[in-house]
Write a protein that binds this ligand. Structure first.
Ligand code: HEM
Length: 396
């Protein structure tokens, strides 16, 4: 099966999202390095720092717009971890990523695609967004090359491939600046809105459920003193189950890129002629009653080890499947668990019942709410850090 991604290629060039065959394999192998375990701990400490700053700010905010908060947080974490620079001072960057993502989605759906040079308002908007992002990224790359600054981030990896990782030799043009810019843009487009919107759904869902917050809080407390409170699910990471269940109910990537059958085949009872276009919809799979009874109910225990092992493979596909499965998936999974386990021990979140269910959903490239969720927050007392300090004093 080939993926249908022509509409993306015009903006991102030959980035990992659109390549196939040998070129894709080469890019996939070299990109995998940023998600190795040592880099994942680096991302964890970057996230920790920015989450800490965010929670400090939250102390003086009784109500939050949760998607905006998660957008800002993701922008900060990705900015630091990918190209060592903060882009949030430039809100038009987030807007441009959204404009581009929306146009990819609309174009992939259109029966007839107009050429990009036509001066329609949508095409002009797309061009403005593409130019802005490319110029920003190009500026960052050129500055890094001219300053010969070395950092532990993705841009450094692209500029100085593996063999040079410890050397101080200047950038030596393995790839052109345009190619590097395409790789950066690809990661930004693939990872930015998906992650921020997934974190927003997660916190909104949890805000509607005090019992689930209590259990996450219990897990955090139990990790403090090594006693396990989660009765039937001892040893299991409850926060991780909450994350997986939120990705099931509201998969940020609700549909995969359309596929084209490269040869005639059979899929279950269906005959698929060569050239057929196929859509794989995680949101439909995740709401199938055969795998998830009462599929609309938010129930993290669906992801306890026993229940999970009884479901067929591919009944949960928030990160796709096969060779093109999300290369960055460890990052949002880690970040989502981290945010849950940082927010809940410090604040109780409140969102009126059914707020999510009543919200209109905008299914573009990522699944997002039509209006941001207004979540009320109440600081906990004692907070986890106060408990930690009490423990430290008691152990003296
Ligand atoms: C909650 C967050 C995320 C979700 C739900 C998600 C989902 C997905 C899905 C479903 C695919 C497969 C698309 C298809 O086969 O049609 C994919 C591919 C991809 N994702 Fe993610 N993603 C997330 C975060 C990220 C992050 C943080 C990055 C990088 C920083 C990233 C980079 C990529 C790339 C480069 C691909 C293409 C891989 C390839 O074709 O080999 N994603 N993602």
């Amino acid at each position: 099966m080939g993926r249908i991604t022509n509409h993306l290629r015009r903006a991102t060039g030959d980035g990992l999202l659109v390549t196939e065959g040998k070129r894709w394999h080469q890019q996939r192998t070299s990109t995998q390095k940023i998600f190795r375990s040592n880099r994942m701990s680096l991302f964890a400490s970057i996230a920790d720092h920015h989450i800490g700053e965010m929670l400090e700010r939250w102390k003086s905010c009784p109500t939050l717009e949760i998607e905006s908060e998660m957008t800002l947080l993701t922008q900060r974490i990705m900015g630091d971890g990918f190209f060592g620079i903060q882009l949030e001072s430039e809100p038009e960057v987030a807007k441009a990523v959204r404009t581009l993502s929306d146009s990819f989605h609309d174009e992939s759906r259109a029966i007839l695609n107009l050429p990009d040079w036509l001066p329609t308002s949508k095409k002009r908007e797309k061009k403005r967004a593409t130019t802005l992002l490319k110029e920003k990224l190009k500026g960052i790359i050129e500055h890094r090359i001219s300053s010969q600054d070395r950092r532990d981030d993705y841009l450094d990896m692209l500029l100085y491939p593996a063999t040079d990782s410890n050397s101080n030799c200047p950038y030596h043009k393995h790839e052109s600046i345009d190619e590097i810019m395409c790789q950066l843009l690809t990661m930004y487009i693939a990872g930015f809105h998906t992650t921020s919107v997934a974190m927003a759904w997660l916190l909104a869902l949890v805000a509607q459920s005090p019992e689930i917050q209590d259990k996450v809080w219990a897990q955090c407390q139990s990790e403090l003193d090594d006693t396990l409170i989660l009765d039937n699910h001892k040893q299991e990471n409850y926060a991780e189950m909450v994350v997986k269940e939120s990705l099931r109910l509201y998969p940020a990537a609700w549909e995969l890129f359309a596929r084209e059958a490269s040869r005639e085949t059979k899929l279950g009872p269906c005959h698929i002629p060569r050239g057929s276009k196929l859509l794989i919809l995680p949101i439909v799979v995740h709401h199938d009653e055969r795998f998830y009874p009462n599929p609309k109910v938010f129930d993290p225990l669906r992801f306890c080890q026993k229940t999970e092992s009884e479901r067929p493979a591919y009944s949960s596909i928030p990160f796709g499947l096969g060779g093109h499965q999300c290369i960055g998936q460890a990052l949002p999974l880690q970040q989502m668990t981290q945010i849950l386990k940082s927010v809940i021990p410090n604040f109780q979140l409140e969102l009126p019942p059914d707020s999510i269910q009543k919200t209109k959903i905008v299914p573009k490239v990522s699944l997002r709410p039509a209006r941001d969720f207004q979540v009320s927050i109440v600081p906990r007392s004692p907070t986890i850090s106060e408990l930690k300090n009490t423990d430290a004093v008691a152990n003296c």
